[in-house]
Design a protein. Sequence first.
Length: 133
Amino acid sequence: MPTPTIGLLTTNVWGAATVGPRDPKNGLEDATMKQWDYWDGQIIKSPDGKYHLFCSRWNQARGHSEWWNSRAVHAVSDNLIGPYVDKGLCWPGNEGGRGHNVTALVLPDGRYAVVISETRPGTVFGLCSTICG
């Protein structure tokens, strides 16, 4: 099934022309196209009902080929589909938040972990017992 439309379909967002019209309110998007390109990610629903997206972003002005310099970020939404609000870097004090191919999981003890690769050796970061934000 296609992803439901939350906002309006537009062709004024990043991506190839063949992507076609899409809804920038689905997921996480810089609607201004002036700051960030977002990529990949894992969504976790927390006990309070909020959805937490862990993904990567990089400087939009430098184009898609800047992915190698991406940073891992945390975003939050009240809806699984979005829109998500970027809450900032997951670990700003560690290589400036560097991370790509971001995925997240809930550990058996209830803590959260975020795994990254590609832009640095595969690394697992432990997060607080509740999703920080």
